[in-house]
Design a protein around this ligand. Structure first.
Ligand code: NAG
Length: 394
């Protein structure tokens, strides 16, 4: 456990400048979803393939938002958000990075050393989740949980390492050994009891605008694979909303349909969320159903999408197109009527001036040309007017 002594060196520098000002402030106002305690956690996944090969992935999370990752090649912290440094100084971050470098290297070494004593079997995976959380008006808490091969293995409770109930004698042995080292406990308590809450508080202030943003959902409906003959699976998709809490139901009028099923909340790449609500109905009963979405960003203006119905906008667009077409047909046919009247009259008119015979055809076509010219003139005038009124608008 030599590496733990090494840890103390950068750690003292890291924890002590901040310790006097480390009193965590109530943070409820920083987050809209105050019912969930806010946490900052570091996740570590170490895969041990054999005695000489281990791969470790590290990441930092503010609630469900990833804020940091560990670069295994240059062995540095990657800050994934513009505000991921919180209010820590350059020096503090450098110390933290040095501490993580020592810890990760030491951790792998120590585990490899103890493989035989604790009867770990290659290949195996160790996961560690450690961090701190805050709730409005409450002192911060910290947690350290370890898993072996995907199952709970041990945790840190109060000031002791405690084996998980189902983890057996191996976990008991590991905890017995760990509990001998007072230095480890001191480091853990200072790191997660003082440094972590201080870092978390800084993150919450620096990231305030992103954490408190409100992004409206988009919703659309589709049909899923038919669940059984004569039935439909109605699917309501809701995507792109933030924060996470959302309410989605299939409704008939004001009545919630109890059969509504929800998918898991899935993250989009931009940090917003996606949810699907499905309803299995008899094909004849789908008409009149609608999907209703409530979300804080909508400020009470719920989204309602009717199954098989069309949005008002779509109806308006269709109406406009139909009305325009009808008007065009009416205008066109009235012109044609005028023109044919003209054609009909013209032979008689011309008969006074011109002798009947071959010339009649010419007169008729010139009459038609006149009509066409008249039509073009009216269209041109209309277009010109339209253009000037458009110019006025812009
Ligand atoms: C250890 O595991 C790695 C990754 O699976 C492999 O490439 C390497 O050859 C192994 N080494 C030994 C000594 O078995």
């Amino acid at each position: 456990m030599l590496f733990l002594l090494l840890l103390l060196l950068p750690f003292r520098e890291l924890c002590c400048p901040g310790e006097s000002t480390a009193a965590p402030q109530p943070l409820g106002s920083h987050h809209p979803a105050a019912e969930e305690p806010l946490s900052f956690r570091m996740l570590q996944i170490s895969s041990f393939a054999n005695h000489s090969w281990v791969n470790t992935q590290g990441s930092g999370w503010l609630g469900e938002l990833q804020t940091h990752s560990w670069d295994n090649i240059v062995r540095t912290i990657r800050f994934l958000r513009p505000w991921s440094k919180g209010d820590f100084s350059k020096q503090e971050l450098k110390n933290l990075q040095a501490l993580l470098q020592l810890y990760l290297r030491g951790f792998a070494k120590e585990v490899q050393t103890f493989v035989n004593q604790f009867q770990f079997e290659y290949p195996f995976e160790v996961q560690i989740s450690a961090g701190c959380k805050m709730q409005a008006g409450k002192a911060s808490e910290f947690f350290i949980n370890g898993a072996y091969q995907g199952s709970d293995f041990l945790s840190f409770q109060g000031s002791f390492w405690v084996p998980s109930p189902a983890a057996g004698s191996r976990a008991q042995n590991v905890c017995k050994v760990l509990n001998h080292y007072r230095d480890i406990k001191e480091i853990v308590q200072s790191m997660f009891g003082h440094t972590c809450p201080r870092f978390l508080a800084g993150l919450l202030v620096a990231g305030k605008s992103e954490l408190e943003r409100q992004v409206k959902p988009e919703a659309w409906v589709s049909s899923g694979p038919n669940p059984r003959p004569g039935h439909l699976l109605l699917v309501c998709h809701v995507s792109g909303f933030y924060p996470k809490p959302v309410w989605v139901r299939w409704m008939r009028g004001e009545q919630e349909q109890v059969g509504t099923q929800h998918s898991d909340l899935l993250p989009n790449a931009d940090g917003t969320w996606y949810l699907r609500a499905t309803l299995d109905v008899a094909a004849g009963e789908a008409a009149g159903l609608s999907c209703r979405v409530k979300h804080s960003s909508l400020r009470g203006h719920d989204i309602i999408i009717h199954w098989g119905g069309y949005s008002i906008l779509l109806i308006l667009i269709c109406l406009t197109i139909v009305v325009t077409l009808v008007m065009l047909v009416v205008v066109d046919s009235s012109f044609k009527k005028q023109c044919s009247n003209w054609n009909f009259i013209s032979p008689h008119v011309s008969s006074a001036a011109f002798p009947m015979g071959a010339n009649t055809q010419d007169t008729r076509s010139s009459g038609r040309q006149l009509c066409l010219a008249q039509e073009l003139w009216i269209i041109n005038r209309f277009l010109k007017k339209w253009k000037t009124s458009l110019k006025q608008i812009w």
